[in-house]
Write a protein of this length. Structure first.
Length: 524
């Protein structure tokens, strides 16, 4: 009996030792030393301190390499280069933190990236992340202060908290269309001058651009819902921001201490948050929608330059607003406004509102700014709808590679636009005056001339009495020539006062809306 028990104990010990041996790390030689590898889990677990280059194979001793473990290369200061096989699916927390890496490409097989994966890699200059990532830990590249180039693959769902915080050499970043959220402090202290957020981005979290002192321009996407606490605090070079109508929530101190000179609050916002614009000493003009019901006492603290408030409602509606802000006492309140507008345009812009010619994309915006091609396409659609009594519908298929704007697709489907060629529309390009004349002429034809299509445009010539030719007549493109003179002959467009038309010149948003009013009044 004792012999049997002894044999069983011995067998158990042998099996345990065997299992332990199978689970134990093995080493694999790389330049300058060895890396450690767990055969049981397929995980790279460690690195010798003298390793300078690690080319990790897809298999080690017949076992597939599927992960780089937590702190596997942590504090490997001599490591300047790593090659990660596409069999790897996970890179653990602090996997390369404080290492000497200078460049890194994360392969397309990786789905999970741990916190501080490349944090504090002070020599890292370039990094590439794949679109296969579904989980990204916080502080991925924190304090990579030599990082100058980052490539983000389309498919990455979000930017994690503090992902690029204190990357003080990163001059710019192109965000893929798949990004839905910008995490807390994601770009804190970064030196960007401009950034564009994709339309899929629904939230900017707390402190996302905190103290980005060189940030001058931010293009917010059409799907944005939330701007978080102190999102743009300290962005002293940011002078203007167009908040899309999709935004439903603004948070505490979102623009505190920024350099904003004019801004709009979207329709639907009912209450301004605490210290929203505190210390915005350059803020001069703001649009407040008729939906506003409450303005706290400190929303505009130290906004010494605020001179004009453009309010979307009436005098009677303003009287019902709970306004505890003494800082608004010295500002001029303009009522029934379409947006931030020039005094000379107020009467005609009121007509634009009355005639429903102000598209959503311009509602409440700074109308003194130059209008883009996409924005004017939206105005042209409104003109078409007013003249025809019909609602425009977007094209079923998008032929443009640079925009999915529904107003542009409505304009395309109706025949008002056909793009710039090569599948491009140029939505953010400034509108040319000859382009404005052409879009409006097509809106007139589509609404008023039965059977017209853009394909058959030549069969539907415009009838007008030719006015005096402009001195820069030769600069008007052939496709715009009749459209320009038709608009001039009907008093919808005018020359520049010096005998020129300036066909390639720009137009402001309020000028575009005034032109739309004339179009409907004269040709409707």
């Amino acid at each position: 009996m004792k012999r049997t028990v002894s044999l069983l104990l011995l067998l158990t010990l042998v099996l345990a030792l065997g299992a332990s041996a199978m689970a134990a790390d093995v080493t694999y030689a790389v330049t300058g030393g060895n890396i450690s590898f767990d055969l049981a889990t397929g995980t790279v677990t460690g690195c010798g301190k003298n390793v300078t280059e690690a080319v990790i194979p897809s298999e080690i001793y017949g076992v597939k390499v599927t992960a780089i473990g937590d702190e596997a290369f942590y504090d490997c200061e001599k490591l300047t280069s790593v090659t990660i096989p596409n069999t790897v699916q996970r890179i653990g927390a602090s996997a390369f933190k404080d290492s000497g890496l200078t460049q890194v490409t994360v392969p397309s097989g990786v789905r999970s990236l741990g916190s501080w994966a490349f944090g504090w890699c002070r020599d890292l200059t370039a990094a590439s992340l794949p679109g296969t990532l579904t989980e990204i830990g916080e502080r991925t590249f924190e304090w990579c202060d030599e990082l100058t180039k980052v490539t983000l693959g389309n498919g990455i769902p979000y930017l994690s908290d503090a992902m690029f915080m204190d990357c003080r050499a990163l001059p710019s970043l192109t965000l893929p269309d798949s990004i839905t959220a910008i995490g807390k402090s994601a770009f804190r202290n970064c030196p960007f001058t401009s950034i564009r957020l994709p339309d899929a981005c629904a939230s900017i979290e707390e402190g996302a651009f905190y103290n980005c002192t060189e940030l001058e321009s931010v293009k917010l996407g059409s799907g944005l819902k939330t701007i978080g606490k102190e999102a743009f605090t300290g962005c002293e070079s940011l002078t203007g921001l167009q908040i899309p109508p999709s935004v439903t929530k603004l948070s505490w101190g979102a623009f505190r201490g920024s350099g904003i000179t004019s801004i709009n609050i979207p329709e639907g916002i009912t209450e301004l948050p605490q210290i929203l614009f505190r210390d915005c000493s350059s803020l001069e003009k703001i649009y407040l929608p008729a939906s506003i019901t409450t303005i706290p006492h400190n929303a505009f603290w130290s906004t010494y330059s605020l001179s004009d408030v453009y309010y979307g409602g009436s005098v009677a509606q303003w009287a019902l607003v709970t306004n505890d802000s003494e800082d608004l006492a010295t500002a001029m309140i303009h009522f029934n406004c379409a947006g931030i507008e020039s005094s000379w345009a107020e009467t005609e812009l009121a007509k634009a509102v009355q005639k429903d010619l102000v598209p959503e994309v311009l509602a409440g915006q700074d109308l003194t700014k130059t209008i883009t091609r996409a924005e004017f396409a939206a105005v042209a659609v409104k003109v078409y709808e007013a003249l025809s009594g019909k609602k425009a519908v977007p094209a079923a298929a998008n032929t443009f590679s640079d925009t999915a704007d529904p107003d542009v697709l409505k304009a395309y489907n109706t025949g008002l636009v056909n793009g710039l060629g090569d599948g491009k529309f140029g939505p953010e390009e400034n509108l040319q005056r000859q382009q404005a004349a052409t879009m409006l002429a097509r809106a007139y034809k589509a609404a008023m001339l039965s059977g017209w299509t853009l394909a058959d445009d030549a069969a539907f010539p415009l009838s007008y009495t030719m006015p005096a030719a402009f001195t820069d007549n030769a600069g008007i493109q052939s496709w715009a020539y009749d459209n320009v003179y038709f608009m001039v002959a009907n008093g919808i467009l005018n020359g520049m006062g010096d005998g020129t038309f300036a066909p390639a010149g720009s137009t402001t948003r309020e000028q575009a809306l005034l032109i739309a009013v004339r179009m409907v009044e004269k040709l409707g």
